[in-house]
Structure formats: C-alpha cells, structure tokens
Write a protein that binds this ligand. Structure first.
Ligand code: SF4
Length: 443
C-alpha cells in the first residue's frame, strides 16, 4: 500500500506558479507518516514548491487543509478522485466546516488525526474508508511517535526544525480558530518525549509551533529547565501575559528562547476590547512595559497585528507601524482581520450583514490573498486592504530594516542573532509582495 501526503499551496499568482521561499516543514504530515505501519510506503508532495504527480500510483491521498488552502486542497482531491484514488481531508478547516469538506473527498477527519490514524490506514487498506472520522483534540504525537523527517529531504525547507510541545490555548480571542477548535483548552506533551525528539534530529535551531507555548506557564517553566542544558536556540508563539511573570522570563532567556510570535493585535484600546484578547488587556499602556521586558530579555519578537476592528482607521493602522518601528521588532505581520468560519467574529459579522464574498471568501474565485473579506465600519474594504499593504511595505522598507537592526538589546547581541535577523527579515521582505493579491486555487 502507498499513501501520498499532500501539503497544498494557497494558489497561484496571475501568470505563474508561486514558489513559497519561506516554506517550513509540514510537521503534522510527517507525524502521521511516523504513525503509519512500516509496511505502508509514504510519500510527501508539497504544492508550495513542486508539481504533484497525480498519475503516480497511490492508494490514498491524505491532504491537510487550512482555510487559506481549502480551495486548492479541494482541487487536488478532485484530481485524485478522477483517477479513482481514495482521498481523505484533515486539518483545522475540516473540523470547523465538516459539511463543506465532505462534498470534496471520500472521507474527512475531524479533530486530531493522530488519535486513530492507524485504524484509518487499516480500513483504507481494505478499501472500506468511512465518509467521516472523528478524533478528539488532544496531546500530540501519542505513542511517542517520531515524525518521519526523512520525507522533508530535498524539499528546500527553511533550516529550522519544527516541533510541538503544547497544543491549543486557554484564551478565547474573538477571531481565533484555535480557540474554537480546542474549546479554550490546551494539551501539554510529556517533556521527556519532546527531549527524545530533539535528540533524534541534528539541528540546534527549533521552532516550537505551539498555538501558545505560554498557555500553561507552569509547564513552560518545567520545559525551560529541561531544555536549558541542551544549548538550543528556539522560537515559538507566546501570549503577552508571559511578560508579567519575571521568573519565567529569566528562564526563557536562559533556555535559549530567542523570541516568539506574539499577538499584539492592536494598539487601540477599543479594538483590543473588541478582539477579546484577554492576555493583553490588564494594565493596558500601549504595551510600553511589555515591550521593555521583552527587550530586556533579548527577545527578537515577531509581532502579529490584526487590523480592521470597528474603531480602526487608516491613521490608527499607520500608528501601529510607528509602534512596531519604535519597538524594533524583528518581524511584524499586518494581518487583516479575517472571519474564519465558525468563530465568534464570523457569527457577529454574519448577524450584522457585513460579510463579503457570500461569507465564503476561502472558496470565492474572485477573492485574492490579503483582501478584506468583510465591510469595516470606518473604512471601505479597499481602504482597509490598502492600508494593511502600505503598513507591510513601510515596515519592511530598507530604512526600516536598518532602524530595527540597530538594537544592542536584541539583534546585535551576537553574530548568530544578527544573521537570523537578516535572513528572516529579507526573506519576509521578498515574500510579502509576491503573495499579495494571489488567487486561491489554480482554476
Ligand atoms: S492568545 Fe492566541 S492562540 Fe490563544 S485564543 Fe488568543 S489568538 Fe488564539
């Protein structure tokens, strides 16, 4: 038996295939391959950089789906079905919208596929795949499975190893699909299992792709103690409330945490309330204290903003860029507020009649990447789209890069930190205009 694992792309540019130079390893597909019985052959194709050989013989196409890649994922599934190959779709989008997904594949998987993957393979082997499987969300890599990282060889992924310690998040931000998927819970993997996985690979630079590694601060402190002797450099995603725990900040620095993706979301207090971003709300002083603490501990932060709340204006978006430049963040993402399916934000906009693209931007053939998909209150959708793009362009300009780089507390701490700054900021600068306005799917 052969299983073909597929990581779909978002789509394509108007005139050519889009190769994502910032692509990272699709960890979860390698985890599923690691759980697959050894007599089953596993292959991986990554639509972000290679053509999928649809005519290559295979018994099952297993496709991971995010909201952004849903349209393309459904196209890929259709190609396999045309050739009589069984298809199964999994991933967060499938759990959020199972009835939509069921139209496009022989089988769908809701929840974390790892929970019963071996059973799925077994029935697929007998050609008795059921239309729907459901596993509970939970701790990752049960059974101490190691991902099949050999499947990543030759695919040109960024030279950092992806791994996972915590899944889910205890907060309930209004726009967040993670909070919806995990029902405001988090799941912590056994530390000795993570250590074993670190030792089983060669790299010293690791990205823990946890939804919020700081969701359980006690577990994070234990994790820091355990990884400190390994002398790693690592990054993750962490909510801002971690800065209010001085002991933990020291532990993170000592453990080799170089920085994290952190959701600042907005510097407008009314927008912050609207986002229900509770880890950011207490003592809100435009993040002065939080940024001071992050810098004091040398964090090379990747600040994530969501823009387009009811109080946001073109001027407030400009001010967000000023704030990010003053804070000398390594990277910043100026994301338009996106109504992900089944989130509280989605339902509110629906009630208020503010959706564009029929409320299904991810499937609409006229939708383009980075466009507003709803009607904002103080701007037109195009104004919001343009203001966010202008913010990205200004933050990633050459003068801005040099301004941010000249920071002894963070980027100038060591030669390797300087190298990381330039490698990732220049990559970001190159990728942003390439992706902007990209069409979803190929057809
Ligand atoms: S803190 Fe981050 S992961 Fe947690 S609910 Fe908010 S946006 Fe989602």
């Amino acid at each position: 038996m052969r299983i073909t694992f597929i990581k779909p792309n978002i789509g394509r540019m108007e005139h050519s295939l889009y190769v994502d130079e910032g692509r990272m390893e699709p960890l979860m597909l390698a985890v599923l391959a690691g759980m697959t019985p050894p007599d089953v052959e596993c292959v991986l194709y990554d639509d972000r950089m290679e053509s999928i050989p649809f005519d290559e013989p295979t018994d099952l196409a297993a496709i991971t789906v995010e909201t952004y890649t849903a349209r393309r994922a459904y196209e890929i599934a259709a190609e396999y079905r045309k050739r009589g190959v069984s298809t199964i779709l999994g991933g967060m989008h499938i759990t959020l919208l199972p009835d939509e997904a069921a139209l496009y594949a022989d089988s769908i998987f809701l929840g974390d596929a790892e929970t019963i993957w071996e059973q799925v393979v077994d029935v697929a082997r007998q050609h008795k795949l059921k239309p729907r499987y459901q596993g509970p969300p939970g701790v990752g890599q049960i059974g101490r499975v190691l991902p099949r990282r050999d499947l990543f060889k030759g695919k040109g992924y960024l030279p950092l190893t992806l791994m996972q310690f915590v899944r889910g998040c205890r907060f309930a931000c209004s726009f967040c699909a993670v909070s919806q998927y995990f029902d405001k819970k988090h799941y912590v993997r056994a530390i000795d299992d993570v250590l074993r996985e670190i030792e089983a690979q060669d790299r010293k630079f690791i990205f823990f792709i946890d939804d919020n590694i700081a969701s359980d601060q006690k577990a994070l402190a234990e994790f820091c103690h355990a990884v400190t002797p390994l002398k790693l450099h690592w990054v993750s995603q962490a909510s801002l409330d971690v800065t209010r725990n001085p002991k933990l900040m020291k532990l993170l620095e000592r453990a080799g945490n170089w920085g994290n993706v952190t959701g600042f979301e907005t510097i407008t207090p009314e927008s912050l309330r609207e986002s229900r971003k509770s880890p950011n709300i207490p003592r809100f002083t435009k993040y002065k204290e939080e940024v001071r603490i992050l810098r004091e501990h040398g964090m090379q932060s990747w600040a994530a903003f969501t823009l387009g709340y009811d109080h946001d204006t073109k001027e407030s978006i400009e001010a967000t860029v000023d704030f990010a430049l003053e804070s000398r963040f390594t990277l910043a993402a100026y994301n338009i507020l996106m109504p992900y399916p089944n989130t509280p934000l989605y339902h509110r906009l629906e009630k208020e009649g503010r959706h564009l693209y029929g409320g299904k931007w991810w499937l609409d053939p006229t939708y383009r990447f980075n466009r507003a998909a709803f009607k904002p209150t103080l701007m037109s959708p195009d104004e919001l789209t343009d203001a966010c793009h202008a913010a990205r362009t200004r933050f990633n300009s050459i003068p801005s890069l040099f301004h941010r780089f000249a920071d002894v507390q963070t980027h100038l701490r060591s030669l390797s930190r300087m190298g990381a700054f330039w490698k990732y900021t220049l990559l970001f600068k190159k990728e942003i205009p390439k992706k902007h306005g990209m069409r979803f799917g190929l057809q």
